[in-house]
Write a protein that binds this ligand. Structure first.
Ligand SMILES: [Zn+2]
Length: 232
């Protein structure tokens, strides 16, 4: 048994150099045994990444089979007055857009993919409304809410990476306030009369939280102090 003369680590019989400090092993009593296989692999190998195209094919097959089975079951056994398999197929189509398209479209900007995801949600809402009751609530409730959420999400998706942490907090809070006001407006108009209540409470809380952030954002001394204390 040999030990490294430089760092003292115990050496294997096949080690021609110390694995830690690379000092050559010279031991006339116990020469390096070159006949036994090395303890460590000589070549560096890497695990191959998952092939995106094959993952896309696999996911598409899963969604397709689930949709097809549900359509067959719906038509042959469990109709009960409603094409429920359309909802399952719609959900699968939406999931396909969410999960498979990012695998196939690698070079496009992420905001384009988010836009497609939102369109898929709109399509799914349309399918649900058609399957349930012919779409009476789609145009007056679901789509206006969808519009509001989409605009806010796309705005935040585009603007957030360009801003500092304080500005991000303010933008998210402001967007939540606007979205809640829009949500109550849509719901109240659908039910037949706009009387703002809970969204105003959210708005007051949001504005109360935004005011100190705004002051900190535009006072350099305060900003430095906050950064120092919260480590960002
Ligand atoms: Zn050594």
């Amino acid at each position: 048994m040999s030990y490294c003369v430089n760092c003292g680590v115990e050496l294997d019989k096949d080690a021609a150099r110390c694995p830690l400090c690379q000092t050559p092993v010279v031991n006339p009593v116990c020469p390096v045994d070159t006949t036994i296989p090395p303890n460590f692999p000589v070549e560096r190998r890497e695990v191959e990444p998952v092939n995106r195209r094959e993952a896309a094919v696999l996911l598409s097959a899963v969604y397709g089979v689930v949709s097809l089975c549900c359509v067959v079951l719906n038509l042959l056994f469990w109709w009960r007055g409603m094409p429920w398999s359309a909802i399952v197929a719609g959900a699968c189509a939406m999931l396909w857009v969410w999960t498979v398209l990012p695998l196939l479209l690698r070079s496009v900007h992420s905001i384009f993919l988010v836009g497609l995801d939102l369109l898929a949600v709109a399509g799914f809402l349309w399918v649900i409304s058609m399957a349930v009751d012919g779409g009476s609530w789609l145009g007056r409730l679901a789509l206006p809410i969808w519009w509001g959420c989409s605009v806010v999400l796309l705005f935040l998706w585009y603007i957030l990476p360009l801003r500092s942490i304080l500005s991000r907090c303010m933008l998210v809070l402001g967007s939540c306030v606007v979205l809640m006001l829009w949500l109550e407006l849509c719901i109240d108009l659908f039910l037949g009369g706009y009387q703002p209540m809970w969204s105003l409470v959210v708005a007051v809380v949001g504005v109360t939280l935004m005011a100190p952030l705004l002051i900190i954002r535009y006072r350099p001394d305060l900003r430095r102090e906050v950064r120092r204390r919260f480590h960002f």
